[in-house]
Design a binder for this molecule. Structure first.
Ligand SMILES: *Cc1c(COP(=O)(O)O)cnc(C)c1O
Length: 451
């Protein structure tokens, strides 16, 4: 690293408080400076390149420097960059709302700027709906063990990641938590579907007992992402839908991470053949270009707010609601899906990457190798408490950006991943695992993990 880059990184550490980070760690773990990006590659100031195998925190779908999305934003920039959405409207927001409605079977798109805001919107709308129809007792929410729905105060109260939430417990509303249908919990002889149905039984018991107090159940359909890519059988969603109908409880599908083709279908809930009452979208919605989130809901919910009384309306707003540049990027993402048969192409891509990864799956330290659409994950049987940072560092020095969650390693690459990238990821993963397990990795030797 040049002196110039090192000086610049010291300035970055002083000026920028990084997300989800104990900043003191960066005394020894270098921050990675990114100068530019193209396709699957990130490039630092010294020309070193990294495969973006986490899609820049799950937002990028079609690679960096994507010509179509870039052009769409440039065109929009010459027309209308932003306008207030209260009382005003514009073409991109209308076109996007119509397209999302056609794709989901829900409508009345309500916009925010990030995933956590979408969660807040869905929770508040559900709560307010029950008030508006005179069921004031329905005030609490149900989420799954190991759920993640964002980190603002409302969203954190339905998030079960103690590392993120314990400190703030006094600020958080007390909600209900039910067992996760995570298929790794299968006992000997049990199938993934058995685990899902067992978890659904626990949900049924809770709803039976407490439905008068419950407004909504919020789930991440098929894959619980931040908990470590816990995957589960769609039978859970079917039972959950039926139970929510039976007990008059909303089903909120948080597809912030799994929407836009990530699990193989356009929306993950489609694999269970159900429709939720609320659908939260963000992350991939703009292909990783601009912050945008959206909540879609049913006519029934919408009608309960439609009234002469202003306070029965949904009085919630964000300054950048429905930003035209972001909506235009999202429209281009949808056009790419339509015109380039993305879901079919992903099926082929996923099959090839799975085949290459069979080498990783067969590694003696690998447990619970799993895949759903364009997400791959496995757990590592290793006693090193610093496994995540050691693995991250090892992969980084081999030109791969992979950020384990605890002892779970996952790949969530942009959909444009090619053969050569797959091979580099597989080779690197096997080599880094071997080094870590042998205690011969750079991090263990207390060397700078970066060359
Ligand atoms: C990332 C994520 C969120 C929060 O989105 P932010 O944009 O980070 O606020 C919520 N739910 C799920 C399932 C997510 O993966």
């Amino acid at each position: 690293m040049t002196q110039h880059t090192q000086d610049w990184l010291a300035r970055s550490r002083a000026a920028v408080w990084h997300p989800c980070t104990q900043m003191k760690r960066h005394e020894t773990l270098p921050i990675v400076p990114i100068a530019r990006a193209d396709g699957i590659w990130l490039e630092d100031f010294d020309g070193k390149r990294y495969i973006d195998a986490v899609s820049s925190w799950w937002v990028n779908l079609f690679g960096h420097n994507q010509p179509r999305i870039k052009q769409a934003i440039k065109d929009q920039l010459d027309t209308l960059e932003h306008v207030i959405l209260a009382g005003f409207t514009h073409q991109p927001v209308v076109a996007l709302s119509e397209k999302l409605a056609a794709l989901s079977g829900l409508g009345h798109a309500f916009y925010g700027s990030d995933g956590a805001s979408a969660t807040e919107i869905a929770l508040k709308m559900s709560f307010h709906y029950w008030r508006n129809i005179g069921q004031n007792g329905k005030q609490r929410f149900v989420s799954l063990e190991n759920s993640y729905h964002g980190e603002t105060a409302g969203a954190l109260a339905v998030t079960d990641v103690p590392l993120f939430s314990t400190t703030y417990a006094p600020l958080l509303k007390e909600n209900f938590r039910v067992p996760s249908p995570d298929s790794r919990l299968a006992a000997v002889g049990e199938s993934a579907e058995d685990v899902a149905l067992r978890a659904a039984d626990a949900l049924a018991a809770l709803l039976h007992e407490n439905h008068h107090d419950i407004a909504a159940l919020i789930v991440e359909p098929l894959v619980q992402g931040a908990a470590g890519m816990a995957m589960y059988h769609p039978a859970y969603l079917q039972r959950a839908r039926a139970l929510c109908d039976q007990y008059q409880i909303h089903l909120i599908a948080d597809e912030i991470a799994v929407g836009f083709g990530r699990t193989g279908t356009f929306f993950a809930y489609q694999q269970a053949d159900i429709t939720p009452d609320f659908l939260c979208l963000s992350k991939g919605i703009t292909g990783g270009y601009l912050p945008l989130s959206c909540v879609l809901t049913s006519d029934t919910v919408y009608q309960a707010f439609y009234d002469d009384d202003i306070t029965r309306g949904f009085l919630h707003s964000h300054s950048y609601t429905g930003n035209p540049l972001a909506c235009r990027a999202a429209l281009e993402v949808l056009a790419i899906f339509e015109e380039e048969s993305v879901l079919a192409r992903n099926r082929d891509t996923a099959a090839r990457f799975s085949q290459h990864l069979s080498r990783v799956a067969a590694h003696p330290a690998v447990r619970h190798f799993r895949q759903q659409g364009m997400i791959w994950a496995f757990d590592v049987d290793c006693t090193r408490h610093d496994f995540a940072v050691a693995f991250f560092s090892g992969m980084l020095s081999r030109g791969c950006l992979v950020r384990p969650i605890g002892k779970t390693v996952y790949f969530m690459p942009p959909y444009i991943i090619e053969e050569a990238h797959m091979l580099q990821l597989v080779e690197s993963t096997c080599a880094v695992l071997d080094n870590i397990l042998a205690g011969t990795d750079a991090y263990q030797r207390q060397e700078s993990p970066l060359p």
